[in-house]
Design a protein around this ligand. Structure first.
Ligand code: SF4
Length: 330
């Protein structure tokens, strides 16, 4: 198991994410939910989820993981980014922890099983900031045959990714832009680090799907979308699903209109030209289909975040028997 923090001089360095905050006594890291207390860093949100829901797995979005299944989804407060258009800002940018509600990892796994879920999704805010809690839940969940899913901004430390290797089955990683300045100044992240995470997760054997929230005038140029599509095709493989999601005005970005359907379709055309086999529109009313990349047979169709058709036979095309890439039950 990884060391969540290590001493460095009179500081303790948090190793949960790539910010590697170096904390003096009483200091909290950038996420606001990990605080130095004596000779340890306390994960203040451990056991205190802010949100607990049973969601369709399509909502994560993970389209190539157990389609049609339910995922027990939890998040806490806190985030290591500060995206001005965050669609979950009431959770992510909030540091108020309700300590009156405690859910042990055992309780979380029991609730997931009682509700007929096939997986646990660590989501809503950035799970890396509550990784000690996620890790403990994930260990118990795995022992009970549940899958573990990380929905993340891709700013994990190498230590966290190494720890995830044996526990996590799949991740949806945000790829918010191909502009390093935008990542750093607007989001508080780092483009190179996110690229590194995507490759490292794939090498760790975690099934990776990528999401780009397309914000008009911020990241919707042909050039930028092409760069993201090419990176996915070249570095992660043409079989990697890319979700191109429509933005709606939220949080601090209220003066930009919602992403038009035509932009989503333009991104899908760019994905196709880059050789990607699967590019899905998100936050749109359009049905999203998966076709076999070998023979074109319709395999899965989704409407409104739910799978309405699934013709897979043990994860394979019913016509040519090619396995669909992803995580499926045998
Ligand atoms: S999780 Fe990241 S942002 Fe939070 S204290 Fe640790 S290194 Fe800093």
């Amino acid at each position: 198991m990884m060391e969540y923090y290590i001493p460095k001089g009179d500081r303790l360095v948090c190793q949960l994410c790539a910010h590697y905050c170096s904390l003096k006594e009483g200091q909290s890291g950038l996420c606001g939910v990990n605080r130095r207390s004596g000779d340890r860093i306390e994960n203040l949100v451990y056991g205190h989820p802010f949100a607990l829901h049973v969601d369709p797995i399509e909502k994560k979005p993970l389209y190539h993981v157990l389609p049609g299944s339910k995922s027990f989804s939890l998040g806490t407060v806190g985030c290591n980014f500060r995206c001005p258009f965050c669609q979950n800002w009431q959770i992510s940018q909030n540091h108020t922890i309700d300590e009156t509600r405690f859910f042990s990892p055992e309780q979380i796994v029991s609730m997931a099983l009682e509700r007929g879920c096939s997986s646990i999704a660590y989501t809503y805010n950035e799970p890396t900031v509550f990784y000690p809690y996620a890790h403990d839940i994930a260990e118990l969940a795995k022992a009970q045959g549940l899958r573990n899913l990380m929905i993340t901004n891709g700013f994990e430390s190498d230590e966290t990714i190494a720890d995830m290797r044996t526990l996590f089955d799949a991740a949806n990683v945000d790829f918010k832009s191909f502009n390093p300045r935008y990542y750093k100044k607007e989001l508080g992240g780092d483009l190179e680090r996110v690229k590194h995470t995507l490759i490292a997760m794939k090498q760790a054997g975690i099934w990776v799907e990528v999401t780009t929230l397309i914000v008009p005038s911020h990241n919707d140029s042909d050039e930028e979308l092409r760069a993201i599509a090419r990176f996915i095709a070249d570095e992660l493989g043409a079989q990697t699903p890319w979700h191109v999601s429509a933005f709606h005005p939220d949080y601090k970005v209220l003066d930009i209109h919602a992403t038009p359907q035509a932009t989503i379709e333009r991104a899908q055309a760019i994905a196709k030209a880059a050789g990607l086999h699967y590019c899905y529109g998100g936050n749109t009313a359009m049905a999203q289909q998966t076709h076999c990349s070998a023979c074109g047979t319709l395999l899965i169709e989704r409407h409104g975040m739910r799978t309405v058709l699934n013709t897979l036979e043990k994860g394979r095309c019913p016509h040519c028997h090619k396995a669909l890439e992803g995580v499926f039950d045998d």
